[in-house]
Each structure stands twice: as C-alpha cells, then as structure tokens.
Design a binder for this molecule. Structure first.
Ligand code: DX5
Ligand code: ZN
Length: 219
C-alpha cells in the first residue's frame, strides 16, 4: 500500500468555462492526478466531454490524466482517449462484453488500465483480470453526477478488494470515487483505499490547497 495518499480532483465540479486554469490551479494546490469523467448520456444519465477536451487539457499539466469512462460501448473510443493524452483509462465491466480484451487493449496502448465497480457490482467481477489492472476503482455513489451522498455500504467491499490486491502481490491502486470529503476519508483509508477522487470537496471550495490538505489531514 502506498504511504502517500493519492488525491485526484474530479474536474466534473470545476468551472467548465476555465478548465485549463482549473487544472493548473489544482496541480499547484497539491493534486496528484487529474480525474476526468467522461459520460455519454446512455451508460449514465449525464453528458460531459470526450477526447477533444482531454487533448486540450494535456498541455496544461504534467500530472497523470486519470480518465474515467462512463460510456458504452467503450472499446471504439479507447484509442482516441489514448491518443488524446490520457495516462490512465478506467472502464466499467458493464460497458462491454469482453472486459479482459478491453483491458488488454488499454495496456497495449501503453496506458494504465482501470476497472470501476458500481455500487451493485461485485468484487468477483474483477478477480480473474487482476493481472491486467493497474487501478481498481470503487464507486461510492451511483455514477453520473457530482455532489451525491456517500454510500457507506461500499466500505466492506473496499476492504475485500484490499485483501484481494494484497493476496495477489500486485501493484494495483485502490481508488474511491464519490462523496469523498474530510468526513468520509478516514473510513475509506481504514478500509484500505490509497487513492481518493474528490470533486465537490475540492472544486466546491474557494481555496483548493486548503481543501486538498483537509482531505489528506483527515485521512
Ligand atoms: C461521478 C463521478 C465522480 C464525481 C464525484 O459519476 O465519477 O468522479 O465527480 O463527485 P463528488 O466528489 O462531488 O462526489
Ligand atoms: Zn469519476
């Protein structure tokens, strides 16, 4: 487990009219990764942006661009997000029929591959692809919107994934997305998370450095 907690501010809660500046500001404020939520209005009931925006943001930061695809199908777009400058590409198992093949494709593009588990998606869905994943992300809200309430029901799932990752001996980040705040961070860390996505808890505050430090301090 990483000793350094990774904080990935989610641009979903940023000012979309000033995205480049927002990315530069959170980098300066101590962010580790930039989390980008791609939504298609089909897999989730909201629409955000695609590879063009990822490409436009690439020159604004040296931090890893952590792309969370909430689109189905995802396979036809993996190459486009890789070419746009994504460093991590995370997909939901429900987004296509062949999770193993999709993860192989992301790896073959030279990117870190992630799998995202919705609140109802079981731990078992990823146990046979651990050799192909760099990131496992647990949704602690239903995907689609920022600012929703944290689902504490996911804490035992996070703990189970921690055990599975440790037993595998592989270097896999255990990332949490949804409702992360200084109040919820301690339970997430106790359950074994090492990477926290935070939208509202960072971009919803006026001072991003203080907001990021508050999550780190609480954890
Ligand atoms: C939700 C997104 C999240 C979202 C989290 O579908 O995947 O990344 O931005 O927002 P907060 O941190 O406000 O719950
Ligand atoms: Zn996300």
């Amino acid at each position: 487990m990483n000793t350094h907690l990774i904080i990935a501010p989610s641009l979903l809660a940023a000012d979309f009219a000033r995205l480049g500046e927002e990315v530069r500001d959170v980098e300066a404020a101590g962010a580790d990764w930039i989390h980008l939520d791609v939504m298609d209005g089909h897999f989730v009931p909201n629409i955000t942006f695609g590879p063009l925006v990822v490409k436009a943001l690439r020159p604004h930061t040296k931090l890893p661009l952590d792309v969370h695809l909430m689109i189905a199908p995802a396979d036809p777009y993996l190459d486009a997000f890789a070419e746009a400058g994504a460093d991590h590409i995370s997909i939901h198992p429900e987004a296509g029929p062949h999770l193993h093949r999709s993860l192989q494709r992301i790896r073959s593009l030279g990117k870190k591959a992630g799998v995202v588990l919705n609140p109802a998606t079981p731990v078992e869905s990823i146990l046979w692809v651990l050799d192909l994943v760099d990131i496992i992300m647990v949704m602690t809200v239903n995907p689609g919107f920022g600012g929703q309430s944290f689902l504490a029901s996911q804490l035992p799932k996070i703990a189970a994934l921690r055990r599975a990752i440790d037993a595998s001996g592989r270097e896999i980040a255990l990332q949490i997305d949804g409702g992360v705040t200084p109040d919820t961070a301690p339970a997430l860390i106790a359950a074994g998370a090492d990477t926290l996505v935070a939208g509202t808890a960072v971009f919803g505050r006026t001072d991003y450095a203080t907001a990021i430090a508050a999550i780190r301090g609480a954890a």
